[in-house]
Design a protein. Sequence first.
Length: 215
Amino acid sequence: MTKPVAREPQRRNARSNRARILATARRELGQNPDITLEELARAAGVVRRTLFGHFPGRAALLEALAEEASETVRAAVAAGVRPSEPADRALAYCSLSMWPVGDRYRMLLALARHDLGEDRVAEILRPAREAITAILERGRRDGLFPAHLPAAVLSAGLEAMTVALLEEVNTGALEDDGTRVAVAMLIAAGVPEKRACAVVAAVAAETAAETADGG
């Protein structure tokens, strides 16, 4: 009697290959946006057939990265939203929580508008924009942010500024652990510079302590 073939090791191997290809793509596309799928396969240590088995073309690979980024953005927003905090501190928490995600996927933001379209990029970033809009609205009600622009409009502007700063990281013109961008966001929201620096420094220290304590 023929024994059934064990499929789980094959599935684990397939998942491992897929994860390795995506990780390699994040790294290599940031260095060379025009890299071919064949070159990516070599960099990932898999044969061409394996890569094409998971991603039949460049669009499929970028869409997989986009979906991965979308899931990561949602998780970061959930971790960064602090409704019990004053709005200026809440904005700092959200910005600092989102920066590592943006840093990880900054090459995708640079490529996606051309390869996937503006609507897909907007879909990926929507949870962050909605969270920041809610923080801005709350801050205005509490008198922490001036109402010089509609909250949704300002949130879109803050998003555009953050994406532009991520692109400056791509070029090597900016190095940041997220704190400088968080300060810039608070200032753009209407917080005085001295207060913005103090809030971000305090929130960054608390975030680091939370991470050291295991969350």
